[in-house]
Design a binder for this molecule. Sequence first.
Ligand SMILES: [Mg+2]
Length: 419
Amino acid sequence: MSASHASHASHITPPVTDPTGEDAPTLLVKIFGRDRPGITAGLFDTLAAYGLDVIDIEQVVTRGRITLCALVTAPTGEADGATEGELRATVHSWADSLKLQAEIISGHGDNSPRGTGRSHVTMLGHPLSAESTAAITAAITGTGGNIDRIFRLAKYPVTAVEFDVSGADTATLRTALATKAAAKRVDVAVVSSGLQRRAQRLVVMDVDSTLIQDEVIELFAAHAGCEAEVAGVTEAAMRGELDFEESLHARVALLKGLDASVVEKVRSEVRLTPGARTLVRTLKRLGYQVGVVSGGFTQVTDDLRERLGLDFASANTLEIVEGRLTGRVTGEIVDRAGKARLLRRFAEQAGVPLEQTVAIGDGANDLDMLNAAGLGVAFNAKPLVRQAAHTAVNVPFLDTVLYLLGITRDEVEAADIRD
Ligand SMILES: [Mg+2]
């Protein structure tokens, strides 16, 4: 037994409510080696001979190597006279026969209680470097947080790992890690732990440059021959330099006289963001409702709603009279405030509290919506938006949002195979 393990085991200070009692002698049995069927059963069969009770089990297999940790009550020697010494000898002899390494650490009681303030930290890299991992984990420690558990969520299309962190305030952790993540060019999302995360039931997305790779008005503009002019106005609006409604009217006016047949052409030109179908399909399977809100046009969002099976879609409508675009929009304008209003309306219609909603967007006009949602995700967003949102994803795959919700790639692929 190493000194460090001995001191770790004696760390149990606050009272433990476990029936074994905080002073009850316990053993941490750790097995490491080449994985094969029957190791877990073999270990517990060996321990069973001593009539021990199981307090905790953790097991992980990494590239064919198993790490199995079992926290069990220590033999009392009262019932059948079996001693800890005998148990140690038996476990080591079993491990040796399978060429496994065994370590048995004596201590007292259960695991130390986890600190208050629980968060899930998701780290995405493409690839994920050791350097950025060092920076993020050091930053977690810097906030007073302790990493209780680490596991991989996905290896494709990005490497995603999740850290379960305790002992740090979620907001503090989020701020500290966001700064580090930006410097190290890695994506980090921090959400508070608890049932809330499992209760998210509505996802509302922006369309242009979020669900799809294009800006729809630019596709229309290309047909009207005023692409450059419109693109300039769009960029200024997205940077927050222009009032959205003014810029919308200015851009739509440039489309005046365009034949209505371009609507079909634009629909066929729209390119979904990689991972968009996977995201929507997986969310629908999980029972989420999914909607889009767009400062673009219903002429395109209605088509997307049908193609993707979305529950909600709202956008501005291009006015068409006698087969031609009039250069005006009709109905309620979907701008920055409008998007947040629609998120609330969809949530109400879906019967989902606002805290259980997720919003995804890239532009300044998404900010109110991102902040109103329970979880706001800035997707490949402008710096202004990235800084203001709860979390940011900067890899170009929309399905990575699933990892922020704690859904693993394996679960996504298993569901795809099943259907
Ligand atoms: Mg957008």
